[in-house]
Ligand binder design. Structure first.
Ligand code: NOJ
Length: 496
């Protein structure tokens, strides 16, 4: 299981109200106690923070707000000592507009870095070169540069100009940034919007019926696969296991599967379908079947996502229900594949409302980024500085130290499930089988030929007789007995 840390929100040790690397290092024992196998750190590189680190101005250093290279090495050594892998968040589609490459590109059309970005003259009507729309707005994905009278492409904010991956110099410079961290010992990368790096050389319009959408989920190009094979060969040239998991943000799961190539592109691609699926049993049965389906890509390993730093927290999405959040945890952690868990989900945190004066993210994603409460009393284990966002609702009751001592807490439930994953190899290697079940129940088995486990999940509020038989290994509400599954509950059974 990979645990995603949003460093700003994890734990502040430097005393500025913003989480940092020292805070992460301090909590490594918590992560091993929980049952984490590896961590993914959202971007920690120098950045003007227009998109909180996803606008990188130097790929080979640490932003002072998070610490420095020494603090990073210290973190990584601590993680490796405990057997935890470390993944960095690599942002290849765009740099910050403050990156020296873009500053040089902007200064002169003759600068060699001009070609690092995508520049075009105005369309005939004087407007942007095509109809692409940028994320989080209905605005063009282009900004006009007065000095050169050309537009530059940015699929996100104007402060995040898209790199021109068709340029061999860009590909070589970006591969070097991977080498920098691989040489330092990182185990791999989460690759941000990786499907975006290849662009249609003609920069044709998006289809008119989709033109209201951002261009991001529409960009699916053969060039990207070529670039991914190059990147994979960089990873493969290193000793030990080095991996890449890609954020392939396309709408069709079959398209996403293509980004594993023939085992020569990404090792893992996030499956975002669970994140977007409403809480209805019939939909979740489909999601689980698709999660398990390799679409003919032999050896493909699934990677479920229920949460990240871009979306409201799961508990918020299921109406605040503690029971549903526990059922979701059982699905995430026990279905086939490598689960990615976003920090704070194990505490059952919710977004809550933020006053308009407290909102700071250009994409409206502050709710899921509120700081992790470690202890019940304010400042919840953080420094006394005002945190960059307010603590989430119920911070006192949901703090780590409170839940850790309570066997009935959400945190204890997550840990129980993660310990089961460790003790029952069938939950990792076993095949997946969707079981016949009452309409409002989702049930699946994991079976490795030696052990058969069944996971039964009630999507309704009422108890349902499922004629359950076997030894109960875990139950989110205590064992209701008599083959009955309590409302909003999940149960794990070992078959004789
Ligand atoms: C996806 C990241 O998850 C998101 O946080 C970011 O804003 C965009 N990519 C742009 O880098």
């Amino acid at each position: 299981m990979i645990y995603q840390i949003y460093p700003r929100s994890f734990l502040d040790r430097s005393g500025d109200g913003i989480g940092d690397l020292e805070g992460v290092t301090e909590q490594l024992d918590y992560l091993t106690w929980l049952g984490v196998d590896g961590i993914w750190l959202s971007p920690i590189f120098p950045s003007p923070m227009a998109d909180f680190g996803y606008d990188v101005s130097d790929y080979c250093d640490i932003d002072p707000v998070f610490g420095d290279l020494e603090a990073f090495d210290h973190l990584m050594a601590g993680a490796h000592r405990r057997g935890l892998k470390v993944l960095l968040d690599w942002v290849p589609n765009h740099t910050s507009s403050q990156h020296p490459w873009f500053r040089a590109a902007r200064r002169s059309t003759q600068d060699p870095h001009r070609d690092f970005y995508i520049w075009r003259p105005s369309a005939e009507d004087g407007g942007p070169p095509n109809n692409w729309v940028r994320s989080w707005s209905d605005q063009p994905a282009w900004t006009f540069d007065e000095a050169s009278e050309e537009w530059y492409l940015h699929c996100f904010l104007p402060e995040q100009p898209d790199l021109n991956w068709a340029s061999p110099a860009v590909r070589s410079a970006m591969a070097d940034t991977l080498r920098f961290w691989l040489d330092r010992g990182v185990d791999g990368f989460r690759m941000d919007v990786i499907h975006l790096i290849g662009k249609d050389p003609s920069l044709g319009d998006d289809p008119a019926d989709l033109a209201a959408l951002s261009h991001v989920p529409l960009n699916d190009r053969p060039e990207t696969h070529e670039y991914l094979r190059e990147l994979r060969s960089v990873l493969d040239s290193y000793e030990g296991d080095r991996m890449a998991v890609g954020e392939v943000y396309l709408l069709d799961p079959a398209q996403v599967l293509e980004y594993g190539g023939q085992g020569d592109e990404l090792h893992l691609c996030f499956n975002f379908e669970p994140l977007m699926t409403p809480w209805r049993a019939e939909r979740w049965r489909e999601v689980l079947l698709r999660n398990d389906d390799d679409g003919g890509h032999v050896g493909r390993w699934p990677t479920m996502v229920l949460n990240n730093h871009d979306n409201p927290r799961l508990r918020t999405r299921v109406g605040g229900s503690d029971g549903r959040a526990r059922v979701a945890a059982a699905i995430l952690l026990l279905a086939r594949g490598t689960p990615f868990l976003y920090a704070g989900e194990e505490l059952g945190l919710e977004d809550g409302e933020l006053a308009s004066t407290e909102r700071i993210d250009p994409g409206g994603r502050d709710g899921c980024r509120r700081p992790i409460p470690w202890t019940p009393m304010s400042p919840h284990g953080w420094s006394s500085a005002t945190p960059w966002l307010p603590f989430p609702p119920h911070a006192k009751e949901r703090a780590v130290s409170v839940q850790r001592d309570d066997p009935s807490s959400m945190l204890s439930w997550y840990r129980t499930l993660l310990m089961l994953r460790r003790s029952e190899p069938a939950l990792v290697e076993g095949r997946f089988e969707l079981l016949e079940s009452p309409d409002e129940v989702v049930a699946f088995a994991r079976d490795d030929g030696r052990t058969r486990l069944e996971i039964w999940c009630n999507f309704s509020h009422r108890q349902i007789d499922c004629s359950l038989e076997g030894v109960v290994l875990a139950s989110s509400v205590g064992d209701s007995g008599g083959g009955v599954l309590a409302g909003d509950a999940a149960i794990v059974i070992k078959k004789p």
